[in-house]
Design a protein around this ligand. Structure first.
Ligand code: ARG
Ligand code: ZN
Length: 890
C-alpha cells in the first residue's frame, strides 16, 4: 500500500532535455480555490479486523448532500476498494478517478459502505495505519486517513465516529480509539485458532478524519484522574510498552498540570470522561492530538532522571501541554482547510509556551523560545522556502508543518495579546479568546475568524495587522535615537524583505515595547508600547535632560530583526542594568553578535578585536558574579549566539570563519575568566540532584562551564568532564560531560562513548543521544565520525528518531556539514534519496539544509546546488521531496 511517488497530473514541463522520462509535477493546491464540501458525512462507522500484516476495514458513511449536482468524491491514497455498497446494495455507479473513488448519487442522503485491505507492517511511511514493534497505530494528520479508507479527507467534514475493532488477544491485548469504550467482549477463535476479542468505541464529538485514531497492542497504563472545574471526573491513562511504566510519571504530572492550567488561563474544560495517551517509538513528528487519544513519539513521554535531561523534561511538559491544549484549539474548533493550519498550531504553540512559562521561569522560557525562533524560523523566512503563516499554495501539506506556521504563528498571536493587554489593567486578550471559543465551537474555522474574534472581543483594530498572515519574511526595523534639549526622538523605519512569490510588500503594524534609561541612575521612567505601522515614523519622549539609553523590543515584543546601531558602551550598560530579562540577554547577545560578525568578516583590527573581547569579557564576568541572578538565567546568558543565527547576519556566510571566531572567542573568554569558570563548575558540582529550579540551574551552568573550558583549557575540561561523567547520577550531567568529551581529542572520549553505549544498550532514546552527540560535536573529525556511524549496527533508516539523531544533528553542525570538500552535502543528498521511498515526510525535512545554498559563500553554494539538482533528477521522487527540492532550486 505504500507508494512513494504519487504523480497525479501530467508534467507541465519540468524536464531537462537529456533527462529520462520527465517527473510528473504534483498538482498545486491554492487557498483561493476553496469550495465547501459537496457532501457532508454526519456519521462514520468503522469496522477493523486487525492483523499486523493484514487488516481489513469496512467504512460505513452516512452522506448528506451539501451542493446540488455533484457526485460523492472520496479520496484514497495507495488503497483499493474491495467492495462498494450504496444503501446496502452492491453498486456499479462508482469509478476511480486517479486516486479518488467517485460515486454518482441521486437524492440527498445515502449510506455508503466500502471495504479496503491494508498491510500495516509494510507501511514504512508511518502515515495511515502502521505497525511499530508489533503494535498497530495510526497517524492521520494531515492526509493519512485516505490511506486507511476512501473518505472526504478534509478538515471541514465533521463526523461522529463509531469504531469497532477485533483481533487476536495475544497480539493486541489493548484496543483503543477516540472517545469512550462502549462495549467489548470475546470473539470466536480466528482461522489460526487464536483467541480473539473486540471493542467498540464511540466519540460523541463530531470531528474531521485527521483526528481519528486507533491503537492496538501490548501496552500497559499508568493511570490517574483529574476532576474538572465543573466536577467531571476524567480517567487518565498513559500507555507504554511493558517495562517503560516507571518513566511516565513526569508526563502524567504534566498532563494534570495542563488540564488545570487551561481551566485557569483560558477557561477551557475537558469534555470527555477519558483521556488516553499512547507512546510509540516510530513516529514522524512529535505527537498528535487525536480526540481523546493522543499519540506521542516516545521521546515526548518517557522521562526519568537516569535517562532524560532537564531539557527532555521540559520538552515532555511542553508537548504534553501542546497536545492537550489542542482539545480546544484544534479539536473543538478545527481548521476549515489546511491553509488555516496556523489557526490551531500557532495558537496552540502560544498556549504551550504560556503554560511552560507558568510552570517554570517566564523569562528563561521567553529567551529559549526566541532562540528557537531565530535558529529555525528566521532562516526559513529568509530562504527559498519562505511562506506566510497562512500559506497561499502547496503541493504537499506535510511540508508546511514548519517553524513559520508554528512558531511565527505563535509570535503573531502573542503580538495581538501584547497590544490588547499593554497598560490595560485587564486581560483583554482573554476576552478575545473567550469570544473565539464561544463563537466558533464545533466549527471548522479560518485564521480570519480568529482575528475577527480577537478584534471584537479585545476591542482592537487589526485591519492592517492581518498583513502578518499574508506576508512572509522577517521585517527589518531600524531605530535611531536623537536627543535635543530635553526631548529624545526615536526614528523608526521598517522593511519587509521580498520573498518567493511576493514581489511587493506593505508595512505591517509592529508593536515594540521600549524603555529609555537614564544613564546616571540606571533607571527608566516606565515601559511604553509604540506600534510602528508605517514604513517610517518618529516618536518623541520629553523629560530627558541627558541622552537616554534605548532598550527596544523588550520581551521580544515583535518577531523582527532590529538594527538600533546601539553603541558598544550602551550595550554594556543594558547588559548590566536592563530590568527586562530578555532585553538584558539581548544586549549581551548583540554585543557578541556584532563582534563575531565583524571578526568572521575579517573587518576587525587587532585593536578592535582586543577591545571587543574585553567588553564581552567584562559583561560575561558580570553575569558570572551577579548574585541576584538565578542559575537558570545565568546559564541562558552564558550561551553564545548560535552559528546558524550568526550565519543569518551575512548575505553569504562562511561557516568555517564563523566556527573559528566563535570557538576562538569562547576559548579566549575561558582563559581570561579561568578561575571564575572553574569555581562555577566546582560550586555547581556540589549541588545535589533534584528536579527543583535551583538544582536544575546548577546543572545548566555546570555544563556551560565545561563548554567554555573545553575551548580554552581543554585538558582541564577533559579531566573535569570525565569526573563529571563518572560521578553523574542523572542524564543532564552525564550528557553534558559526554558532549564536552566528544568535542575533544582525549582518550576519555572513546572510553566514555563506549561506556555510554554499553550502559544504555536497548534504550532507544538514549542511544539516539549517543548518535547525536557525536554527529553534532565540535570535533574536527565529526564528518568522518558520521560516516562511520551510518554503518553502525544500531543505525537504521526505518526509525525516524534514529535517522534524525544522526543526520539532523549532523546537518545542524555547520563546520562538519559545510566541510569544504562538499562531502557533507553529498551525505545529506544520499540520505534524502535513500530515505525518500521509505519515509517521504522525514526525507523532505532534510532538504532545507541544502536549500540554504544562496546564503553560503559561492564555492560551497555551487556544490549544495549541484546536490539539489542530483536529487531533482532522480527517476521518481515523493511529492514531499519533489516540492521542497524544486522550491529550493527555483
Ligand atoms: N498536529 C500535530 C501537532 O502539532 C502535528 C502532526 C503533524 N503530522 C504530520 N504528519 N504532518 O501537535
Ligand atoms: Zn500542534
Amino acid at each position: 500500500m505504500d507508494i512513494a511517488s504519487r504523480p497525479s497530473e501530467p508534467a507541465e514541463n519540468t524536464a531537462v532535455a537529456n533527462a529520462a522520462p520527465p517527473p510528473a509535477a504534483p498538482a498545486v493546491i491554492r487557498r483561493e480555490d476553496y469550495t465547501p464540501p459537496a457532501w457532508l458525512v454526519p456519521e462514520v462507522s468503522l469496522d477493523f479486523a486487525l492483523g499486523v500484516d493484514g487488516t481489513r476495514v469496512v467504512s460505513d458513511l452516512l452522506v448528506r448532500r451539501n451542493a446540488p449536482g455533484q457526485p460523492l468524491r472520496l479520496s484514497g491514497d495507495g488503497i483499493a476498494a474491495r467492495e462498494v455498497l450504496v444503501d446496502g446494495r452492491p453498486s456499479n455507479h462508482w469509478r476511480m478517478e486517479g486516486a479518488d473513488l467517485v460515486i454518482d448519487l441521486e437524492g440527498d442522503e445515502h449510506r455508503v459502505s466500502i471495504e479496503t485491505a491494508l498491510n500495516p507492517a509494510a507501511n514504512s511511511q508511518l502515515m495511515g495505519l502502521y505497525a511499530s514493534n508489533g503494535m498497530l497505530c495510526t497517524q492521520c494528520e494531515a492526509e493519512g486517513f485516505r490511506r486507511i479508507t476512501f473518505h472526504p479527507d478534509r478538515p471541514d467534514v465533521l463526523s461522529v465516529y463509531r469504531v469497532r475493532m477485533a483481533g487476536p488477544k495475544a497480539d493486541f491485548p489493548i484496543l483503543l480509539s477516540n472517545g469512550n469504550c462502549v462495549a467489548s467482549g470475546e470473539g470466536p477463535p480466528n482461522e489460526n485458532g487464536e483467541d480473539t476479542h473486540w471493542a467498540e468505541w464511540h466519540d460523541p464529538w463530531p470531528k474531521p478524519s485527521y483526528l481519528f485514531a486507533l491503537v492496538a497492542g501490548d501496552l500497559v497504563a499508568t493511570s490517574d484522574s483529574f476532576t474538572t472545574m465543573n466536577g467531571r471526573k476524567v480517567d487518565l491513562n498513559i500507555w507504554v510498552r511493558p517495562g517503560d511504566e516507571s518513566r511516565t510519571h513526569h508526563a502524567m504530572r504534566s498532563l494534570i498540570n495542563s488540564m488545570k492550567w487551561d481551566e485557569e488561563a483560558f477557561g477551557r474544560e475537558y469534555d470527555l470522561d477519558l483521556f488516553n495517551i499512547v507512546a510509540v517509538s516510530d513516529f514522524n513528528m512529535g505527537a498528535m492530538e487525536n480526540k481523546g487519544l493522543n499519540v506521542f513519539n516516545t521521546r515526548y513521554v518517557l522521562a526519568d532522571p537516569e535517562t532524560a535531561t532537564d531539557g527532555d523534561y521540559d520538552a515532555v511538559e511542553g508537548v504534553i501541554g501542546h497536545e492537550y491544549f489542542h482539545n480546544w484549539s484544534g479539536n473543538r474548533i478545527t481548521c476549515r482547510d489546511w491553509f488555516q493550519l496556523s489557526l490551531k498550531e500557532g495558537f496552540t504553540v502560544l498556549r504551550d509556551q504560556m503554560f511552560s512559562a507558568a510552570m517554570g521561569s517566564e523569562p528563561v522560557k521567553r529567551i529559549e523560545d526566541v532562540r528557537v525562533l531565530r535558529a529555525a524560523q528566521f532562516p526559513e523566512d529568509s530562504g527559498p522556502l519562505a511562506h506566510p503563516i497562512r500559506p497561499d499554495s502547496y503541493q504537499e501539506i506535510s511540508n508546511f508543518y514548519t517553524a513559520t506556521v508554528y512558531n511565527k504563528g505563535a509570535e503573531v498571536i502573542r503580538m495581538m495579546r501584547s497590544m490588547a493587554n499593554f497598560g490595560a489593567g485587564a486581560d483583554r486578550f482573554r476576552k478575545g479568546t473567550d469570544l473565539y471559543f464561544d463563537r466558533h465551537d464545533g466549527e471548522a474555522a479560518t485564521c480570519e475568524d480568529f482575528v475577527k474574534a480577537i478584534e471584537d472581543g479585545a476591542g482592537l483594530d487589526l485591519t492592517r495587522f492581518r498583513l502578518w498572515y499574508s506576508q512572509a519574511g522577517t521585517p527589518r526595523v531600524t531605530a535611531r535615537l536623537a536627543h535635543e534639549g530635553d526631548v529624545a526622538t526615536l526614528h523608526l523605519t521598517q522593511e519587509v524583505p521580498l520573498t518567493p512569490g511576493q514581489a511587493s510588500k506593505q508595512p505591517m503594524p509592529i508593536p515594540l515595547r521600549l524603555a529609555l534609561f537614564d544613564r546616571a541612575s540606571g533607571k527608566h521612567g516606565g515601559e511604553q508600547l509604540v506600534v510602528l505601522d508605517q514604513a517610517e515614523a518618529s516618536f518623541t519622549f520629553p523629560g530627558h535632560a541627558e541622552a537616554p539609553v534605548l532598550s527596544l523590543n523588550r520581551g521580544f515584543s515583535a518577531p523582527v530583526a532590529i538594527d538600533a546601531a546601539t553603541s558598544q558602551e550602551d550595550l554594556v550598560f543594558l547588559a548590566a542594568h536592563d530590568d527586562d530579562p530578555f532585553a538584558r540577554y539581548e544586549a549581551l547577545q548583540s554585543l557578541i553578535v556584532r563582534h563575531l560578525v565583524a571578526a568572521a568578516a575579517e573587518e576587525l583590527s587587532d585593536d578592535e578585536r582586543f577591545t571587543g573581547r574585553h567588553a564581552i569579557a567584562s559583561a560575561i564576568a558580570a553575569v558570572l558574579d551577579d548574585t541576584a541572578l538565578d542559575d537558570l538565567m545565568r546559564g541562558e546568558l552564558l550561551i553564545l549566539p548560535g552559528e546558524g543565527y550568526l550565519a543569518e547576519q551575512f548575505a553569504q556566510a562562511d561557516p568555517t570563519a564563523i566556527r573559528r571566531e566563535r570557538e576562538g572567542l569562547k576559548g579566549w573568554l575561558a582563559q581570561a575568566l579561568l578561575a571564575r569558570f572553574t569555581a562555577l563548575h566546582d560550586r555547581a558540582s556540589a549541588v545535589p540532584f533534584s528536579l527543583e529550579a535551583a538544582a536544575r540551574g546548577a546543572r545548566k551552568v555546570k555544563t556551560q562551564a565545561l563548554v567554555y573550558l573545553a575551548a580554552g583549557a581543554p585538558e582541564e575540561a577533559a579531566r573535569r568532564a570525565a569526573a563529571q561523567y563518572d560521578a553523574a547520577d542523572n542524564m543532564t550531567d552525564r550528557q553534558g560531560a559526554l558532549m564536552t568529551l566528544c568535542g575533544l581529542d582525549t582518550p576519555g572520549r572513546a572510553e566514555k562513548l563506549a561506556d555510554f553505549h554499553a550502559r544504555y544498550a536497548g534504550n532507544a532514546l538514549v542511544i539516539d543521544k549517543w548518535f547525536s552527540l557525536q554527529a553534532g560535536s565540535l570535533h574536527g573529525d565529526a564528518l568522518a565520525h558520521v560516516k562511520a556511524l551510518a554503518d553502525h549496527p544500531d543505525f537504521t533508516l526505518g526509525n525516524p528518531n534514529r535517522v534524525r539523531s544522526l543526520y539532523m544533528a549532523f546537518a545542524a553542525n555547520p563546520a562538519a556539514f559545510h566541510d569544504p570538500s562538499g562531502e557533507g552535502y553529498r551525505i545529506i543528498a544520499d540520505l534524502i534519496l535513500a530515505l525518500d521511498p521509505i519515509n517521504a515526510q522525514t526525507a523532505a525535512r532534510f532538504v532545507p539544509s541544502l536549500g540554504r545554498w544562496r546564503r553560503i559563500e559561492p564555492a560551497r553554494a555551487a556544490m549544495m546546488r549541484a546536490e539539489l539538482e542530483r536529487i531533482a533528477a532522480a527517476p521518481s521522487l515523493s511529492r514531499d521531496t519533489f516540492e521542497q527540492v524544486t522550491r529550493s532550486l527555483g
